[in-house]
Structures are given as structure tokens and as C-alpha cells.
Design a protein around this ligand. Structure first.
Ligand code: ADP
Ligand code: MN
Ligand code: MN
Ligand code: MN
Ligand code: MN
Length: 365
């Protein structure tokens, strides 16, 4: 593995130059979701101001949508609208990362701008104060071989079967810890609400948890955490695989469990409300599955700690169910539910909007 070499050579360069004075300018990295739905894109611009105080300091911008599967070459300009900004952990200083959504020339949202609909739903349900906590799983891949392989896979073969890798320590079990660690620090630096992280069942697989956050903030923070992970992985000479079943067979896939509560589920008598939500989620099972990620049938097989994609089920502390009620919620009679169906490659704007819409608004939003 040449990963360690890359750490030092890339790392030294970036941090040496990051100390050079910027003479009153800041760099804003505009970030958006491309036409494939998981292809995060970004580009940089200089702003002749010492500091960004509010969104008003960040002008709208545009890009060539014909290069992101979002426009044809004749009318190619897609509009970028800044929605939220964070301190930049790579450039440091007053430089910022700017999460944008994307708009077509006719004023309608692009095919992958799900933030717009999510915001509408979150505005309608604001009185219920929905909280979301998402568990983003992913697999780190090495780039120094072809085809690219999970970080724990030896040349030309397979690692030992699953068992030792979940929450593991030690060489031969935990692969890519320095990447997880750097990503964790970047999230905290930028103000991303990361609540924890752990290594997962598949070798080279990790998870970070975002939340609990209210409404649209969940989607914004998950997307920014994904962006930061891509940047960190790039820095270490590796890449991130977001597919929900990267290796077929007796190997766990990657999910993005969605933990969800409202003012009513968190209050006394919340358990009754949780059961009402579960019945509505049962009715809309396939409607939700449609928005819960690509290739999810490969992952939701009913084995490897998943439910079957064709059946809806729930249970207390049951990791083979569609919906798990955490034991602490069951025993205190209030709290949250965990929807285990969303895949690692789902869009958190879509998943959080579906949950809020189906559970709170009866699917009317
Ligand atoms: P698991 O036991 O399924 O691995 P994790 O500890 O990985 O659970 O993740 C639990 C997630 O649930 C965290 O993101 C946390 O922020 C979130 N969470 C905790 N309490 C609530 C709540 N009341 N409403 C919504 N999300 C919550
Ligand atoms: Mn150009
Ligand atoms: Mn978890
Ligand atoms: Mn997990
Ligand atoms: Mn979980």
C-alpha cells in the first residue's frame, strides 16, 4: 500500500501553502449535487471580502450543466443558489464551503434538486419539530490497483470472512482508521453535527452518524459530511464507495438507517404515536422503498442484518426488521424509531422528506 506515502507528500504541500496570506480575499468552494444524484461537484471562487457573515455575502453562480448530465450544450447554464455555508477545514482561515442547490434556466429545480421539495415538507411539519439522525455507511476503496478494491482486500484474493471487523481494533481488522479520524475532525471543525462513528461488519467499511437535527438541516449536514469524506479520502489516496451492495455474497451491504422522532413521539404517550407512524409506513412501504436508494433489492435480502425488500416488519431491538424500535424507547414509552430500509446511496433530502410526509402528513405533502 502506498497510502502512507501519499499522506505525507500531499499533506505537507497543502498545509504549507495554506499559511500564505490572502490579502483580504476569501475562497468560497461552491458545492452541489450533479445529475447522477450522488456525484458531488464543486468549484472555487475568490470573494473580495475578509469574511462571510451571512448568505447575502455569497452571490448566486452558475456552471456548465452539459458536463454534469443536467443540460444539453445549447442552453447549458445551471444556476447555483447558496443555501448554507461552513468553515473550510482544508483551506482554513475565513475560507468557506458553500452548499448550493441547482436550478434550470426556466426557473424550475434540476432533476437532482430534492432539497426544494424537502424544504416544503419540512416547513409544513415544522410544528411537530421532526428530529432525524442518519447512520451513513460506506466502504473505503484502494485506488492503487485495478479494479479498485475494498481497503481490507488483499491482492487477488478475499480477506477472512466477516466477524472481526465491526468496531475492531488492530492491523488486519481495522482498515482506514486515519481516514475516519481525519473526517471526524473535519466535520467537527466545520460545525457538522456528527454524533459518532464506528468501523462496520464488512472490511474497510465504516459508518458515521449525523444528528439529531431538525428538518432540512439533516439533509444539509449529511451531504456536507459526504463531501468532506470524499475530500479526505482523496487526500489519503483512496476513494469512497457509496453503493449499497459493493460485493455480492455473504458480505454486508451499506445502509443509511434513518432515526426519526417528533415532538409527539418524544412526549409522554409517544409509543402510541410511534405505532401510528409505523402503520402509515407499512401502507406506504413500496412508495418509500422507491425513494430509499438505488439497487436496494440487492442489499435488502433478509440476511446480513436486513429485512426483505418485499415485506414490511417492525420489532423492538430487531435488526432484521424494516423498522426497529430501540429498547430504550420501548421501555420508557417514548422516543424514536429507526427505519433500517434506506440505502447508503439514498438522498437524505428524499428520505427525511418521505418519513415526515408519510408519518406526519399522511403522504399528502
Ligand atoms: P445503531 O444502534 O442503530 O447503530 P447509532 O448509535 O449508530 O444507532 O445511531 C443512532 C442515531 O440516532 C444517531 O444519529 C442519533 O443522533 C440519532 N438519534 C438519537 N436520538 C434521536 C431522536 N430522539 N430522534 C431522532 N434521532 C435520534
Ligand atoms: Mn470554462
Ligand atoms: Mn449505527
Ligand atoms: Mn451500521
Ligand atoms: Mn442503525
Amino acid at each position: 500500500m502506498k497510502v502512507a506515502d501519499k499522506v505525507t507528500s500531499v499533506g505537507r504541500g497543502e498545509y504549507k501553502f495554506s499559511k500564505l496570506p490572502q490579502h483580504g480575499n476569501i475562497i468560497a468552494e461552491y458545492i452541489w449535487i450533479g445529475g447522477r444524484g450522488l456525484d458531488i461537484r464543486s468549484k472555487s471562487r475568490t470573494l473580495e471580502i475578509p469574511k462571510v457573515n451571512s448568505l447575502d455575502d455569497l452571490p448566486d453562480w452558475n456552471y456548465d450543466g452539459s458536463s454534469t448530465f443536467q443540460a444539453d450544450g445549447h442552453d447549458s447554464e445551471i444556476l447555483l443558489r447558496p443555501r448554507v455555508f461552513f468553515p473550510d477545514p482544508f483551506r482554513l482561515g475565513n475560507n468557506v464551503l458553500v452548499l448550493c442547490d441547482t436550478w434550470k434556466p426556466d426557473g424550475s429545480p434540476t432533476n437532482t434538486n430534492f432539497r426544494t421539495d424537502c424544504l416544503k415538507v419540512m416547513t409544513s411539519v415544522a410544528d411537530e419539530e421532526p428530529w432525524f439522525g442518519f447512520e451513513q455507511e460506506y466502504v473505503l476503496y484502494r485506488n492503487d490497483c485495478y479494479p479498485h478494491r475494498p481497503l481490507g482486500f488483499p491482492d487477488g484474493g478475499y480477506p477472512a470472512p466477516q466477524g472481526p471487523y465491526y468496531c475492531s481494533v488492530g492491523g488486519g481488522c481495522a482498515f482506514g482508521r486515519q481516514i475516519m479520524e481525519a473526517h471526524y475532525r473535519c466535520c467537527l471543525y466545520s460545525g457538522i453535527k456528527i454524533s459518532g462513528t464506528n468501523s462496520e461488519v464488512f472490511p474497510g467499511q465504516w459508518e458515521f452518524q449525523i444528528g439529531p437535527l431538525t428538518g432540512i438541516d439533516l439533509g444539509d449536514h449529511v451531504w456536507m459530511a459526504r463531501y468532506l469524506l470524499l475530500r479526505v479520502a482523496e487526500h489519503f489516496g483512496t476513494s469512497v464507495n457509496w453503493e449499497c451492495k459493493p460485493v455480492i455474497g455473504e458480505w454486508n451491504g451499506s445502509g443509511c438507517h434513518a432515526n426519526f422522532s417528533t415532538k409527539s413521539t418524544r412526549a409522554e404517550g409517544g409509543m402510541d404515536v410511534i405505532h401510528r407512524y409505523i402503520e402509515k409506513l407499512r401502507e406506504k412501504h413500496s412508495y418509500c422503498i422507491d425513494g430509499y436508494g438505488k439497487d436496494n433489492a440487492k442489499r435488502l435480502s433478509g440476511t446480513c442484518e436486513t429485512s426483505n425488500i418485499n415485506t414490511f416488519s417492525f420489532g423492538v431491538a430487531d435488526r432484521g426488521a424494516s423498522i426497529r424500535i430501540p429498547r430504550a424507547t420501548a421501555s420508557s414509552g417514548r422516543g424514536y424509531l429507526e427505519d433500517r430500509r434506506p440505502a447508503s446511496n439514498s438522498d437524505p433530502y428524499v428520505v427525511s422528506a418521505l418519513l415526515a410526509d408519510v408519518a406526519i402528513l399522511d403522504g399528502a405533502g
